[in-house]
Design a protein. Structure first.
Length: 408
């Protein structure tokens, strides 16, 4: 019995750990392209980027854990193909490794800008620990940077840069940062947050070109009459694309990621997928969704490993993510897609950035986001899972206990 895991990030490491915790005594092979052992990615745009934690703290396991648990960790190794009929993976060296079950935790890749100058020195993306090291060095040496993309990565890097005293121009194509994720009501909070900390936030702009001097980036030229933004470095955060190439070549069903069922099983019953790359059927949401956040990489691979062992239950943990920017801490629970809700209810003081926002459809809570308000994740989850309409006046009242609203 050999279980092979392709992708040695957090998701792959959690799956390997689960297999051993569940007393699987067969061979476990964990294969990754990077030279670093599995690590968590959130610190790369938060505490590690800001030198608040040392490198050793980002790793999922101590270096000795893999040998102690008889997990074959193959780093710096590229898988070039999967043969489902022979149940083998092929490595770049030509070696073939057979599998009984295969788990794909291949993650994702940052999207590149399709504009001239995108390959200049000083144009940086954030995905791997080495990327974070390069951005960290840029923040030490630069006096001004441009951040392209107002998603979570772009905003967190902008916050780290401003905290380091660097001038920041943040360029976003939409009318507000995080507009697609949070909608106009809540996205405005993050726009105000960054402007209040001195970020030159420019929304509704398009990048035409990255300009350079001697092969190194010198700024960003905007389309139309948007002018030129001078910068010593440019950080690009315009989303990620799931790494589905291996799965597609193997004939697995691809649909914005590797399409899997609620047990994380792909169209091949012996191949599973988890993490960023998995577009999984979610029992509560009632559709396939792909979640690109830390909590998913932490919990979903455990469910996949149990399913590989034949002990699986449907993965129905609600999506969760968090961010820390300046003096703002936030947790988001649930799933509210654009156009999928008809009301946003605020509870608390939005102006002081101490509130909970709820997204509702037909009076039912789909998602909740607590900003500088803590220990409310469990009752927010309970409201979402109940599927019952709530009294919005009571929901908006901070004096009304959230756990009492379900029994109204």
């Amino acid at each position: 019995m050999t279980y092979v895991i392709v992708g040695a990030g957090q998701a792959g490491a959690v799956a390997a750990q689960t297999l051993r915790e569940e007393r699987f005594d067969g061979r476990v092979v964990l294969i990754g392209q990077e030279d670093d052992r599995p690590y968590e990615r959130p610190p790369l745009s938060k505490d590690y980027l800001m030198d608040k934690v040392e490198r050793e703290k980002i790793y999922v396991h101590p270096e000795s854990w893999y040998a102690e648990n008889d997990v074959e960790l193959r780093l710096g190794t590229t898988v070039t193909g999967i043969d489902p009929a022979a149940q083998e993976v092929t490595l770049a060296s030509g070696e073939r490794v057979g599998y009984t079950k295969l788990l794909l935790t291949t993650g994702s890749t940052p999207r590149r800008l399709p504009v001239p100058g995108a390959d200049l020195d000083g144009v940086l993306h954030l995905r791997r620990v080495g990327d974070s090291d390069r951005i960290k060095e840029a923040l030490r040496s630069a006096s001004r940077i441009a951040v392209i993309g107002g998603g979570w990565i772009g905003l967190e890097v902008a916050a780290a840069a401003r905290t380091a005293g660097v001038e920041v121009t943040l360029l976003e194509a939409a009318d507000l940062p995080l507009l697609r994720v949070l909608g106009p009501e809540v996205a405005a909070v993050f726009a105000g947050l960054h402007r209040s900390h001195g970020v030159d936030l420019r929304c509704g702009v398009q990048v035409a070109e990255l300009t350079g001097d001697g092969g190194r980036v010198s700024g960003v030229r905007l389309a139309g009459d948007g002018g030129h933004v001078a910068a010593d470095a440019v950080i690009v955060g315009v989303g990620i694309s799931p790494n589905t190439e291996l799965a597609a070549a193997a004939g697995l069903t691809i649909d914005d990621g590797i399409r899997v069922d609620a047990y994380l099983r792909s169209s091949d019953p012996d191949i599973f997928a988890a993490g960023d790359v998995a577009n999984a059927m979610h029992p509560h949401v009632g559709k396939h969704i792909r979640v690109e956040h830390w909590a998913n990489a932490r919990h979903q691979p455990r469910a996949a490993a149990l399913a590989m062992l034949g002990d699986g239950v449907a993965y129905e943990r609600l999506p969760y993510f968090y961010t820390d920017q300046y003096d703002l801490g936030m947790e988001y629970t649930g799933y509210a897609e654009p156009g999928g809700y008809d009301q946003v209810v605020f509870r608390g003081d939005v102006r002081r950035r101490e509130f909970i926002a709820f997204w509702l459809s037909g009076g039912r809570v789909l998602a909740g986001m607590n900003v500088n308000v803590w220990d409310v994740t469990a009752p927010v989850q309970a409201l979402i899972r109940s599927g019952k309409p709530v009294d919005t006046a009571r929901l908006a009242n901070p004096d009304e206990p959230l756990d009492k609203l379900i029994d109204q």
